[in-house]
Design a protein around this ligand. Structure first.
Ligand SMILES: Cc1cc2nc3c(=O)[nH]c(=O)nc-3n(C[C@H](O)[C@H](O)[C@H](O)COP(=O)(O)OP(=O)(O)OC[C@H]3O[C@@H](n4cnc5c(N)ncnc54)[C@H](O)[C@@H]3O)c2cc1C
Length: 277
């Protein structure tokens, strides 16, 4: 893998996703297309000066690999963190036409795809943890025509759901291969299983009703720390082998340009980062 490197990229588009989240897409000039080619689930790191201080934060790419190959779209999703330096700056300041330093993609939150696979992938996601998971879902369904994907996505309320429309579109496009379950803590739904938070009991309930653990080939987990711990524990308890469980923690240290790649492992500790879902 090439050493990650910063390049200035022009912002093509900024789109509100929810009251507290937006997506930012970049124009990747033809000369940098290869450098910014990514694997589904990877992230880029943005660098800018905020109040005179250099600030870097990582954001996962939310478009599929095939979308990028088709029209060079590189898009990230940013959710506001209460009191957070970069996320608030980004939501209030970033506009189309602005230029910002973006590091070439990095990260290991993925599995290798193959058009011959006929696998069942499952993801447990919460809040902004959907960002890399969305890229993984889109790419997998596109590149593995006989694989299927189930997403269990936890949020506070309907209006806090990031990528709600895109997820619905995917459900319609891949009717037989994509199952989507929203779990909401504040908005009541008809089915009791879909109410509450994604704690271990809730994840266990999914694994004993709507999901058959023995039919899970690979699982992806990304969201707030407690949700991730709960989903990982429930999957392991249900017998899913640890090497088939992929975890992305948003609280891990940031990569430095020129530094060796950080390997995100199951035991990588999360920083004390409160992600508001
Ligand atoms: C690999 C990776 C991928 C990621 N992908 C995404 C993504 O797709 N989307 C996304 O939204 N986020 C993502 N993140 C998280 C993102 O990088 C930022 O961490 C997040 O946006 C918060 O940054 P911030 O500058 O706004 O908050 P920060 O300023 O870093 O603050 C974070 C929290 O710490 C608190 N805090 C700050 N300073 C102090 C202090 N001195 N004392 C006490 N508390 C303090 C803040 O109040 C806040 O709650 C990812 C992170 C990683 C590592």
């Amino acid at each position: 893998m090439a050493t990650p490197q910063f390049h200035p990229l022009r912002i093509r588009d900024v789109r509100p996703e929810t009251a507290d989240a937006l997506t930012v897409s970049f124009d990747v000039p033809p000369a940098l297309r290869d450098a910014f080619r990514f694997t589904q689930g990877q992230f880029v790191t943005l660098k800018t000066h905020i109040d005179g201080e250099e600030t870097r934060r990582s954001y996962s790419i939310c478009v599929g690999v095939t979308d990028y190959d088709r029209d060079g779209e590189l898009r990230i999703g940013i959710k506001r963190v209460r009191g957070g330096r970069f996320s608030n700056f980004a939501i209030e300041t970033l506009k189309p036409g602005h230029e910002i330093e973006v590091m070439t993609p990095d990260g290991r939150f993925f599995t290798h795809l193959n058009a011959d696979h006929a696998k069942h992938y499952v993801a447990f996601s919460g809040g902004s943890g959907i960002t890399p998971v969305l890229a993984i879902i889109k790419t997998t369904l596109d590149m593995e025509p006989t694989s299927r994907f189930t997403l269990v996505y936890g949020n506070r309320s309907v209006d806090a759901i990031m990528f709600a429309e895109e997820l619905e579109d995917l459900k319609n496009r891949y009717m037989d291969r994509f199952s989507l379950y929203h779990v909401l803590s504040d908005d009541l739904q008809d089915v009791e299983l879909f109410n509450g938070v994604l704690d271990q009991e809730k994840c266990k309930a999914f694994l004993s009703t709507l999901l058959s653990p023995e039919e899970i080939d690979e699982a992806f987990i990304c969201g707030p720390g407690p949700m991730m711990d709960a989903a990982e524990a429930a999957l392991k308890e249900a017998g899913v082998p640890p090497k088939q469980i992929h975890v992305e923690r948003f609280g891990t240290p940031l990569p430095q340009a020129g530094a060796p790649t950080i390997e995100i492992t199951e035991s990588t500790p999360a920083a004390d980062l409160e992600l508001v879902i």
